[in-house]
Design a protein around this ligand. Structure first.
Ligand code: C2E
Ligand code: MG
Ligand code: MG
Length: 734
């Protein structure tokens, strides 16, 4: 209850009634779709895994694309080097070809050259058809004709020997069979006849690579000398001239260029891979950061920051899951709703820090009472729940509940102080007490309130009869709202006399509700409810207004009442602006001055943060008097009387009742009276029913008396007549 904000003033158990605000909240809960928090964890992990996987894939793709790109550049560059080298070799081949061509043209234009016949230059048998093939010089030297082909072949042989460049003339109809084409040359020669201008290839000869180039050889005028008989005409493609250039040199240069390319591109590749790795590392970092962040948010959303237990969110999810499982397995499940008794008082008297420590310790103790598979949650304030997902026998639940009660009633050692606590437990069982989480929780809450109502520090199993009672309270709340509007409320007045009973000193206003459905109801039946649902504030104001109006009427009727006591609920007193409400009332109702008594209970003093002493001072400055009602029943100590400014105390009727039979009560009453007088505070005894009680109080020095002996609370109209009939009373024998 303590966690539910400023409206939650007293332990709801003091009202012995289930809280309707809680009830409605529970009903509201049942309509809540539970957040699948465990599912959320899975989703969180899954999402992270998915993100990591996606990042890995992206990185792999990036590495692949980068490698492909670099490899393509390398390949392309290598090919460029190759084609550049080939281009250079081709240029060399063309240069050679041109040179050959020039020689050949020269030789053709001159009809060939005559050279001395030697072993190397014998007369060509293929030119035997030429009459002037061999000549003898006048000096007797023998010369033979070298036609361009013959001459060129020899030159090319030399060139080959010297530089490795081979050259050759070939023809489809060679004069010299050595000039017959090979397959590649034949193909090229045929292509030349169709108009092609050049062919080249890389070939291997004798284990060495060559670039072989061949170009067509057109028949010229000079060629006919040797080739006319073959049927050639000027302009015919008579054959081709081929040049083979060794590639070794170019390949060596190319290889070096490729090596540098490899080295350069490898570095570029490595830099790229490094970049990708860095991006991947950062990406992973971000995923982990986000995971951590989301995890923190998730923890905040699902765990109670104070106790570390699962919170309402996670509890609802666990309950939902446990119910689904129990449903499938046809198991029974128990839900325990635990509320600490009078925790609010601990919080108020010992402070919130101690209160927090107590909640933490209580949470730990609860966890120690259950199995690993059971879920302990803190729903808020001093409310805890335990889910026992699989219970074979009801007795095992009873055992857990008994254990919890026992362990929580062991003293808590906090800041060197021993704090005693107890708890009330409501229990629901699935499936008999509800099948959905909302209903089970609501019913457990109802059962917990029954436990409170039946004395606290006990557990109660839910019964459907309890629920009907709770529904009744819901109905009552809306009826009370209507009652305020429809003026179904009224004030009764009970006289307060001096101890001798011979003079009326005042009256106490006591609220009644004339309900059309339920008849006349006393405050005990609806004030706690009004406090829980917030109606106490409008109700309290109504009482003040009505009491002021009634007093004014009596004044006009000549019944000069010297004081009028009005009960103020602690919640009402703590309301912001309460003092101002009273002071404004005094402004508008001047006749109230010095005559208004506000009856508050000791619990008002427990909220020291609200500075009750200051409020009381302000009220008393304006001549409003303060009485402590039900004195002796609260949590506070007598020392409060010293610290807080009050005018009178009203000894609770539970003390007065036994004052003549119980010597302890008698001693207590005497002590209270003595101490109050010592502090200058007047004493009223309430609930005086017998002359003996009156006698005792009178003898003990009590200042004022109130009780059925002198007059019951009565309607406004009956009050004056009653006074005329009954006062003065015959004083008890001294
Ligand atoms: P209280 O202020 O202590 O009022 C005295 C209660 O004792 C009254 O009960 C009264 O009828 C009853 N009483 C008086 N003399 C005797 C007696 O000789 N014997 C017995 N057995 N009872 C006696 P009531 O009217 O039912 O009121 C109960 C409580 O409800 C009050 O206790 C007060 O705390 C609260 N209450 C009453 N009216 C108001 C109100 O207007 N505002 C607030 N906030 N609380 C109210
Ligand atoms: Mg009272
Ligand atoms: Mg009282």
């Amino acid at each position: 209850m303590a966690s539910e904000g400023p409206l939650e003033i007293r332990d709801a158990a003091t009202s012995s009634r289930p809280s309707l605000t809680r009830l409605t909240r529970s009903i509201h809960l049942s309509s809540l779709k539970p957040v699948t928090t465990a599912g959320a964890v899975d989703t969180l992990h899954q999402k992270t895994r998915h993100d990591e996987r996606r990042l890995h894939i992206q990185l792999l793709v990036a590495v692949f694309v980068w490698t492909l790109l670099v490899a393509s550049i390398l390949l392309w560059s290598q090919r460029s080097v190759d084609s550049e080298m080939l281009g250079l070799a081709r240029q060399e081949a063309i240069a050679n070809f041109n040179k050959d061509q020039a020689f050949r043209v020269w030789a053709t234009t001159h009809g060939g050259v005559y050279v001395p016949i030697s072993e190397r230059t014998p007369p060509s048998p293929y030119l035997s058809h030429i009459p002037e093939r061999d000549l003898v010089t006048p000096s007797g030297r023998r010369l033979t004709l070298m036609n361009p082909a013959y001459m060129l072949r020899q030159m090319m042989d030399d060139y080959n020997e010297l530089y490795g460049v081979k050259g050759r003339i070939t023809s489809l109809k060679p004069l010299n069979p050595r000039n017959a084409p090979d397959d590649w040359e034949r193909e090229a020669l045929v292509a030349f006849t169709k108009g092609e201008k050049e062919r080249f290839e890389v070939t291997e000869t004798g284990g060495q690579a060559f670039l072989r180039l061949i170009r067509p050889m057109p028949t010229q005028e000079g060629c006919l000398k040797c080739h006319l008989h073959q049927g050639h005409k000027v302009g015919d493609i008579r054959g081709g001239v081929g040049v083979s250039v060794p590639l070794a040199g170019y390949l060596a240069v190319g290889a070096k260029r490729k090596q540098s390319l490899w080295a350069g591109l490898s570095m570029v590749w490595a830099v790229g891979i490094g970049g990708i790795w860095l991006v991947g590392k950062r990406g992973r970092q971000r995923i982990l950061e986000r995971k951590g962040y989301e995890g923190r948010i998730w923890r905040q959303a699902n765990f109670d920051a104070l106790t570390g237990l699962s919170n309402r969110n996670l509890f609802m999810d666990r309950l939902d899951r446990a119910l689904a499982y129990a449903h499938r397995q046809e198991h029974r499940l128990a839900l325990l709703f635990i509320d600490l008794d009078r925790f609010k008082d601990v919080n108020d008297t010992l402070g919130h820090t101690v209160g927090d420590r107590l909640l933490q310790e209580a949470g730990q103790r609860l966890k120690a009472c259950v199995r690993e598979m059971d879920t302990v949650s803190r729903l808020g304030g001093d409310e805890f729940t335990v889910i026992l997902p699989d219970i074979a026998e009801e007795i095992s639940t009873t055992l857990v509940a008994t254990n919890i009660l026992a362990i929580l009633s062991q003293p808590f050692e906090l800041d060197g102080q021993e704090v005693h606590l107890s708890a009330s437990i409501g229990i629901t069982i699935f499936p008999q007490d509800g099948e959905d989480p909302g209903m089970l929780l609501q019913n457990a809450d109802t059962a917990m309130y029954r436990a409170k109502a039946e004395g606290r520090n006990i557990y109660r199993y839910f019964t459907w009869e309890m629920n009907r009672a709770a529904e009744g309270r819901l109905f009552l709340e809306s009826a009370l709202r209507r009652a305020l509007k429809r003026e179904e409320l009224e004030l009764h007045y009970q006289p307060i006399l001096n101890a001798s009973g011979d003079s009326l000193v005042g009256a106490e206003a006591l609220i009644r509700w004339e309900s059309p459905e339920r008849g006349l109801m006393g405050p005990d039946e609806f004030i706690p409810l009004a406090e829980e649902c917030g109606l106490i504030l409008p109700l309290g104001e109504w009482v003040l207004q009505r009491a002021a109006a009634d007093l004014a009427k009596w004044d006009r009727a000549g019944l000069a009442l010297s004081s009028l006591s009005v009960n103020v609920s602690t919640l009402q007193f703590r309301m912001k602006g309460f003092t101002n409400v009273i002071l404004e009332l005094l402004q508008s109702q001047i006749h109230l001055r010095s005559r208004l008594f506000l009856e508050i209970t000791e619990s008002v003093f427990m909220d020291e943060r609200g500075e009750p002493d200051k409020c009381l001072d302000r009220l008393r400055e304006q001549s409003i008097r303060i009485a402590i009602d039900d004195f002796g029943t609260g949590y506070s100590s007598l020392s409060y009387l010293k610290r807080f400014p009050v005018d009178s105390i009203k000894i609770d009727r539970s003390f007065v009742r036994d004052v003549t039979d119980d010597p302890e009560n008698a001693a207590l009453c005497e002590a209270i009276i003595a101490m109050a007088h010592h502090l200058g505070i007047k004493v009223v005894a309430e609930g005086v029913e017998t002359v003996q009680q009156w006698q005792f109080l009178h003898d003990g020095g009590c200042d004022f008396v109130q009780g059925y002996l002198f007059g019951r609370p009565m309607p406004f109209d009956a009050f004056p007549a009653f006074l005329k009939q009954h006062l003065p009373m015959e004083a008890p024998v001294a």
